[in-house]
Design a protein around this ligand. Structure first.
Ligand SMILES: [Zn+2]
Length: 223
């Protein structure tokens, strides 16, 4: 924590005219605007495209506050944490209000609702269930949060999700997706458990036995 504060102070002083007194330096900065990441980056989707906070380098930041120095006209993109902790009540208030307004816009809400009803969203829900461990899960959660916040991926971006899974599981991933999709639909606990075991098997790149294939086709026929 101490290091984080020192780092932020050092970075803000370096970009301000005042070089010694942090509070004086903060007073040089004024609120310009706040925005949700995707609004200014319609094609942005992957965390790689996201902005990082100019003070603590946190990345990605979704709710971005733009501030400007009144003396040297430097502009900085700042994340929520640093706005709250370092920029004072007035900038924080303006940031919060602006973000709230942005989220209240009809197009944002409409996109979000449409997306949550879409097949893509349902599939993402299922995909996130597939990855139940480690880094892969983190990466997928990041993608999922991003598309939820931003109102959904474009077709091209969505195709990239498929590419990721293809890279992770090879040709087996389409089967894995199918097992999960059917597992969500079936209410029989025994079938569910069987389908989950198929997923594990495919993840470790083992083929199904003829008996398993027959059982699977049976479940498929019943739903
Ligand atoms: Zn920060």
């Amino acid at each position: 924590m101490g290091m984080y504060i020192d780092e932020v102070k050092k970075n803000l002083l370096a970009l301000s005219e005042e070089k010694e007194n942090f509070h004086k330096a903060v007073n040089e900065w004024k609120f310009i605007d706040s925005y949700l990441f995707k609004e200014n980056n319609p094609d942005a989707f992957w965390p790689d495209d996201a902005t990082s906070c100019a003070l603590c380098f946190q990345w990605p930041i979704n709710e971005v506050c733009l501030i400007e120095n009144s003396k040297n006209e430097n502009q900085l993109h700042i994340g929520n944490e640093c706005v709250k902790k370092f920029l004072g009540d007035e900038i924080e208030r303006q940031h919060r209000e602006t973000i709230k307004q942005r989220k209240d816009t009809a197009s944002y809400k409409k996109n979000k609702i449409l997306f949550e009803k879409s097949d893509e969203f349902k599939e993402l829900e299922i995909l996130s269930g597939i990855l139940s461990y480690g880094r892969r899960k983190d990466k997928l959660i990041a993608i999922k949060e991003r598309v939820q916040i931003k109102g959904g991926p474009t077709k091209k971006q969505y195709a990239s999700i498929h590419d990721i899974f293809q890279g992770w599981f090879g040709d087996a991933w389409k089967d894995i997706l199918e097992y999960h999709t059917i597992s969500k639909k079936t209410t029989n606990p025994r079938d569910k458990e069987f389908l989950n075991s198929l997923v594990r098997q495919k993840k470790s790149k083992q083929q199904l036995s003829p008996k398993q294939t027959a059982w699977f086709n049976g479940i498929k026929g019943r739903i």
